[in-house]
Design a protein around this ligand. Structure first.
Ligand code: ZN
Length: 179
């Protein structure tokens, strides 16, 4: 899935408790891709500005130009095994689940069927197994169009109907804050 969709799905699924929770969930949703590709992206933009742009990376170019460290980070951030360990550790430390962190798990679950084995399939069982699913790439209209339509519908419903209705209900209660 593209990084903005990840952020919006994760924020809605795990960050509805407050504005702070939303942005925490948004951050955990985009982090798996941002940590893996962000440093290389920034370095590439910097190189281009300096006039010596490096070779492009992307599905069309295969793995030829992908620095090896990206695979290392991608394995860690796209593993459900690592996620479950991290989520459990956070749960044990805080003595309660830290729900915004769950957005990271959702990122991995959404990536499994939306990446083909041709370019960065999701190593969700790393380091126990390198098994991956040959899904349909999120860049194809078959995935991208329903994704954007569902996201737009979900956010319109949430902010246009759901939130307005719950706010009205609260205001009708005696003693409720009317901010
Ligand atoms: Zn990803």
């Amino acid at each position: 899935m593209d990084i903005v969709s990840h952020g919006l799905w994760g924020g809605m699924a795990f960050g509805r408790a407050s504005r702070k929770a939303f942005w925490a969930a948004f951050a955990f949703s985009v982090a798996p891709d941002l940590l893996a590709f962000g440093p290389h992206f920034v370095a590439s933009v910097w190189d281009s500005l300096a006039g010596n742009g490096g070779p492009p990376i992307g599905p069309r170019h295969g793995y030829a130009n992908v620095p090896s460290y990206i695979f290392g980070i991608y394995n860690v951030t796209h593993s459900l095994v690592v996620f479950v360990v991290a989520f459990s550790l956070a749960w044990a430390t805080r003595r309660q689940p830290w729900w915004p962190l769950g957005a990271w798990g959702l990122h991995v679950l959404m990536d499994i069927p939306t990446h083909s084995t041709r370019f960065f399939p999701t190593p969700f069982l790393w380091p126990l197994s390198d098994y991956s699913v040959d899904g349909i790439s999120w860049g194809r209209p078959l995935i991208l169009v329903p994704d954007l339509v569902l996201l737009a519908g979900l956010y319109l419903w949430y902010f246009g109907i759901y939130r307005r209705r719950t706010r009205n209900t609260k205001e009708k209660l005696p003693g409720a804050a009317t901010d």
